[in-house]
Write a new protein. Structure first.
Length: 152
């Protein structure tokens, strides 16, 4: 479905309020998506940092292994050169430490590209909301100025 361009000045105040409401909802959704992407990127960066902390001297060290986001079991590091990487949708792959770092770094970079695009979209939506508010205020002021003296 193609988007139609509508002049804001052609809309009445009720229609402008509906447009603003729709834009506010879209902006809320985009902002929520932005925060979720930021959170995912932070997790990827944390994975890279954790992998970089994994040194040969860590072999045999006692650790807590996550089974879920809230359930951990005790374990012991037996291999510090190979790791198991979550590649999505419940699949895990064994990778060398450098391969895993590359994997998470590329994921973080990909998310950053999406964040940049989303940020521009959010800024455009904010500009659109501001334009609607300005036209709405203008329409409301015109409506008040058109009233005869002594009426409310």
């Amino acid at each position: 479905m193609a988007e139609q361009q509508v002049q804001l000045t052609d809309l009445d105040p009720v229609q402008l309020q509906e447009v603003k409401k729709q834009l506010d909802q879209e902006l809320e959704h985009l902002t929520s998506s932005y925060q979720q992407l930021k959170s995912a990127q932070a997790k990827f960066k944390a994975c890279v940092n954790d992998l970089q902390e994994l040194k040969p001297g860590s072999k045999g060290k006692e650790v807590l292994v996550p089974l879920t986001s809230s359930l951990y079991v005790p374990g012991k590091l037996l291999d510090v050169e190979n790791v198991v990487v979550d590649v999505g949708t419940g699949y895990y792959v064994r990778k060398t430490k450098p391969e895993a770092i590359t994997h998470y770094t590329s994921k973080s970079t990909f998310v950053q590209t999406n964040l940049d695009t989303l940020q521009k979209t959010i800024e455009r939506k904010q500009d659109n909301v501001q334009s609607v508010v300005q036209v709405l205020q203008m329409k409301l002021q015109e409506g008040q100025g058109a009233r005869p003296e002594g009426t409310a």
